[in-house]
Design a protein around this ligand. Sequence first.
Ligand SMILES: Cc1cc2nc3c(=O)[nH]c(=O)nc-3n(C[C@H](O)[C@H](O)[C@H](O)COP(=O)(O)OP(=O)(O)OC[C@H]3O[C@@H](n4cnc5c(N)ncnc54)[C@H](O)[C@@H]3O)c2cc1C
Length: 460
Amino acid sequence: MRKNVDSLVVGAGFSGIYQLYKLRELGLSVKLVEAAPEVGGTCGWNRYPGATSDTHSKVYRYSWDKEDLRNTAYLKHVVRRHNLVKDIELNTRMESAQYMEGGWEIRLSTGESFRSRYLVTALGALSKAYFPRIPGLDSLAGETYHTTAWPAKHDFFNKHVGVIGNGSTSHVIPNSDDKVTEENRKRINDNYGQIWHNLRTNLSGHAIIESSIPTMSITAEERERVFEQVQQSGNGITFLFSTFGDIAINEEANSEASYFIRRKIAQIVKDPVQARKLTPPGGFNRRPVTANGYYETFNWDNVDVVDVLDTPMEITPTGIKLSDGTKYDLDAIIFATTLKPLTAYAGFPNMFLINEPQGPLTNVPALIETQVEFVAGLIATEEAEKKKRLVIQEAEDAWLEQTNAIGESTVFAKGGSRLTGDNAEGKKHNFLYYIGGVVNYNKAVQTEIVGGHPSFKPFF
Ligand SMILES: Cc1cc2nc3c(=O)[nH]c(=O)nc-3n(C[C@H](O)[C@H](O)[C@H](O)COP(=O)(O)OP(=O)(O)OC[C@H]3O[C@@H](n4cnc5c(N)ncnc54)[C@H](O)[C@@H]3O)c2cc1C
């Protein structure tokens, strides 16, 4: 039997949970469906050992709920405390949605179907596992894992394990955790207002001190000291924004940063052949792995690294075979091959996408708040005016053009990473993130609101 709701939200990560909260505030009936067995989104799926966020936990959360500083448990706490559970259906996938006669007809994996006036997809920009096309991919007799769909239980004791990938998610190889001291926590709790104001008005959208100093404006010794200090205490985001102000836009500055990273790897990894294999080619246009014990792991006797660009691999029933004939017998293979970038789509009335392509590269929960509140505001206007609205194609094209123009002027244009969709075969080269700074993105959103949503037209 078909049921009716005012709005259906898909996905119970940061985006979907807050959208449910905001739509309920408008007095609408809301249903949220989530494919996973629990709420949390990315944080629930990516629970591989060593999984961390670059964003400090103090702001990897909603600004309107300051009760605790945790991640996965944090979202569970939010849905309980705000009594959202009753509107959430877990283990339920949206199979299809079709716009018919003024509403959305939605089919779910449970066999249920819903008719809803509004549809909000909060599917996550990074939730689809990417498996590169490797010969023999399905032939391994042993276990296969992907970092983005990590099982609740695993046991690698005494097993031979292969990890495919050497980017951020390959941290599945052990690294270390930092602890938050009581004193630190109190300082954070006492200063939330300022912390959130700063991150909404800076470039990165993170709770960090950004530098505007040009890389080459100081001596080589001072530069080394700055890089070293941030490398030891920070992460990839702080390395990019807190060291110097021009690493992303100035080739010479970028070369200096790359040179530091290469030397760092060479210092830590004792075997020079292994160090060379671990060293990223070209400039610094991806998030670097900083001081967390990752590179030290390659000094262990039981860890080896292979460059599959030099010696391409195939997967066999017993493990991995390289083109030079070397064979690795493996009990399990872990794909740390990141996530498939999504593609935006247009032309759907009363359908809204949260945290989707061409948003800023930033602290995502803060971005989600901006977008969810924008969508809730637009829906409130539609409810008041009793009119549906549709995005104007020219407005969408103009934003894509602006996003690409800014992106192409940065060093990320050559990165071959998920920023441009170049990490996955068959994806068109487009900047999937707006790199103009979160402060400018927020200004653009405000202009749209103050101007009465000029990028939307009424739809009957
Ligand atoms: C390893 C890793 C590290 C990250 N680190 C950071 C960081 O440091 N800082 C930062 O800001 N961001 C980080 N992110 C990005 C992260 O995705 C966002 O911070 C945030 O969690 C996105 O929330 P979301 O609700 O938009 O999407 P998600 O958390 O991905 O939630 C989407 C949900 O939709 C569900 N879903 C999808 N399709 C369907 C369907 N058809 N039917 C029903 N349910 C469906 C999925 O199961 C999922 O639970 C990281 C991501 C990863 C993978």
